[in-house]
Design a protein around this ligand. Structure first.
Ligand code: SD4
Length: 306
């Protein structure tokens, strides 16, 4: 136990998410409650890439992926969940109220409704609708990677809009316990039914309280390929620092992808059980937000490989 809470989360939306988490942690709350509260802020913000404001799949449906994990290997997730505002809270219910870890699609929605979550309108946000119509003109299914997000430039499949703002958030509470959360609308204009890394325990998120926690954002397929978050936790177990472990995972993706590595982005954040944190990305443009007990909540540019 460190006595010093800390929160780390992905991209610039992480700053607001960290504030949400901090409201739980500062008065001595539990890391699990903090990681849920933190990303709920982002889910409610209706941004491009998390929650119901997210870009749809290529059939025009917003399908949400999320997972959560606590300090005792309890975990839950939902994938391809539609018309529910807070997938992270449904993921937590899967963890706490079912014998399962992952519910998908219609079954996940049924469960959410049975748990009292309201069914939201079947409607794209104005921005998502505009982007979708634009995308339909070519209907080119080719995920384009967000490599310059830090200054809100290029990227994305449509009109310079970024497509990569999954929020993943890791926290340690004053008791020294770790938890993590991850939530996203996934890659814009993905195939219907496509599931990324973000709801998958071990890929998008992993927590081992005796070692540390890790989470991912970027091209989900290439995070799944290396079981990214789990790999990073195992590397920290072997003694690597959070940043070195994230870097080793990025290097593994780069090795596998060879010359195609330039076409994708993968990014990792990690937090060990001593409260040390770090991040690493394949390409320039990834940033992450860190809130520490000195009261500071800062956005940091990640180092990168290429
Ligand atoms: C996915 N990893 O669905 C997610 C996308 C992402 O920031 O991270 N966006 O593959």
């Amino acid at each position: 136990a460190t006595g010093q809470p800390v929160v780390i989360s992905t991209w610039d939306a992480g700053l607001n998410a960290n504030r949400g988490a901090w409201q739980v942690l500062q008065p001595g709350g539990r890391a699990l409650d903090a990681v849920e509260a933190g990303v709920m802020v982002t889910e409610a913000e209706q941004s491009c890439c998390v929650g119901l404001g997210g870009r749809p799949d290529r059939d025009g449906r917003v399908t949400l992926d999320a997972c959560i994990m606590d300090e005792q290997f309890n975990c839950g997730g939902v994938a391809a969940l539609e018309r529910i505002k807070h997938p992270i809270s449904v993921a937590r219910r899967v963890m706490e109220r079912t014998p399962h870890v992952l519910l998908v699609g219609e079954g996940a929605q049924q469960f959410a409704l049975a748990q009292g979550f309201p069914l939201e309108p079947d409607k794209l946000s104005a921005d998502a609708d505009k982007d979708y119509r634009e995308w339909l003109k070519t209907s080119q299914y080719k995920p384009v990677i967000n490599v310059e997000n830090s200054d809100r430039r290029p990227v994305g499949p449509v009109g310079g809009k970024h497509n990569h703002d999954t929020i993943a958030l890791l926290a340690q509470d004053a008791r020294g316990n770790l938890s993590g959360s991850c939530t996203t609308s996934g890659m814009a204009f993905k195939m219907r039914g496509r599931v990324g890394d973000s709801p998958l325990i071990g890929s998008g998120l992993y927590v081992d309280n005796a070692v540390g926690a890790a989470a991912a954002t970027g091209q989900g397929e290439d995070v799944i390929r290396i079981a990214g978050a789990s790999l990073i936790v195992e590397l920290m177990r072997q003694g690597l620092s959070p940043k070195a472990a994230c870097k080793a995972a990025v290097e593994r993706v780069a090795r596998i992808k060879g010359s195609k590595a330039r076409d994708i982005q993968v990014c990792f954040i990690a937090l060990n059980n001593r409260g040390e944190y770090g991040a690493y990305a394949l390409q320039k443009g990834f940033n992450y937000a860190v809130q520490t007990a000195d009261g500071k909540n800062v956005l940091l540019d990640s180092e990168y490989l290429l």
